[in-house]
Design a protein around this ligand. Structure first.
Ligand code: SF4
Length: 320
């Protein structure tokens, strides 16, 4: 981006609150950090610990090896499961290799696994609303192989083949767009009036809060910039949610992705970040915009979140 000039206009920056790290990401990063400190490199992590390039690169520099196949981990080593969760088959494979497991699965993802197990025990066909290639979806599918069908869109409901429509249940990925998911659930209920759902909402508090916050700032913005990596489901949903209100919305992994032409004619820019994005990365994007414009920054949105999750037992510090 070009550097600021004295006569350039002031631009208003609306910063969404809450944004960035959720409790699950916070816990997973702290768990991996502590595992490296306690056990020393190399530490293995099954999948990216969270879907953010700067976080992953930082851990790689400290000797963490990210693998997508547990078989690549030498017998007896330490492996950290990512926030997105794993299937029972992956756990069994880790056991067979005598791996020390640090399970950093977010408790809210574990809740979805428990629901899948419960519906499977009750002999229900399960419709999982989610993205087929996402680590979270793959982990949940492993809870009841052959029983779960993944759908992504309202149109997918019509083509579903359910053996007994009176014995069907649905679950959702934790990081879906709230409004899109509601439309799909409504279509499922119309086609399968007896369908059962989770006891409480599967789309997590952090996803919901960040989507509500981005809508709040998007209302008054000419353009929305979401900081997040391209493989971050919740970050991409923030872009879609903002764009659903007719606002131009862009995803950037860092300041290098900003394009000056996005801001042509804009007087207000809204900024937010996905649940896996460190505040330090978000700050570099704000700083890059401030180098170009005379920026007036306002925080706007919901109250601060006050949720935290305990570290996994192998890396929990004993009480003194
Ligand atoms: Fe957990 Fe939600 Fe964060 Fe995913 S986005 S790690 S489900 S709190």
């Amino acid at each position: 981006m070009p550097r600021q000039q004295p006569d350039w206009p002031t631009i208003r920056i609306l910063v969404a609150q809450p944004r960035g790290f959720c409790a699950g990401v916070d816990m997973a990063i702290a768990a991996l950090d502590r595992a490296v400190t306690l056990f020393g490199a190399p530490i293995y992590a099954f999948h990216e610990i969270v879907h953010n390039t700067s976080v992953v690169a930082g851990f790689e520099q400290r000797g963490v090896r990210f693998v997508d196949d547990v078989a690549l981990v030498p017998r007896g080593c330490t492996i950290v499961f990512s926030a997105h969760g794993v299937s029972p088959a992956v756990r069994a494979q880790a056991d067979q290799l005598d791996l020390q497991v640090v399970d950093a699965t977010c408790p809210l993802v574990n809740k979805v696994h428990a629901e899948a197990q419960r519906f499977a025990r009750r002999d229900r066909a399960i419709v999982f609303i989610g993205h087929p290639d996402h680590d979270e979806t793959i982990g949940v599918l492993g809870e009841a192989p052959g029983r779960i069908t993944v759908i992504e869109r309202v149109d997918d409901v019509e083509s579903l083949s359910i053996p007994d429509p009176s014995r069907v249940a649905y679950l959702t990925q934790t990081t879906l767009g709230v409004e899109d998911a509601a439309r799909i659930v409504a279509a499922l209920k119309e086609r399968f009036p007896d369908i059962e759902g989770p006891a409480s909402e599967d789309i997590c508090y952090a996803t919901q809060n960040r989507q509500t916050a981005v809508l709040t700032v998007a209302e008054d913005a000419d353009v929305v910039v979401v900081v997040g990596s391209v493989n971050s489901s919740n970050s991409k949903r923030l872009v879609e949610v903002a764009a659903s209100r007719g606002v131009r919305a862009h995803l950037v992994d860092g300041p290098g992705d900003l394009r000056p032409e996005w801001f042509d004619g804009a007087s207000t820019i809204a900024l937010t970040s996905g649940a896996s994005v460190p505040e330090s990365v978000f700050a570099t994007v704000v700083a890059a915009i401030e180098q170009v414009y005379h920026a007036h920054i306002e925080q706007r949105g919901l109250a601060e979140e006050a949720i935290s999750f305990r570290l996994p037992i192998p890396v929990r510090v004993p009480a003194r």
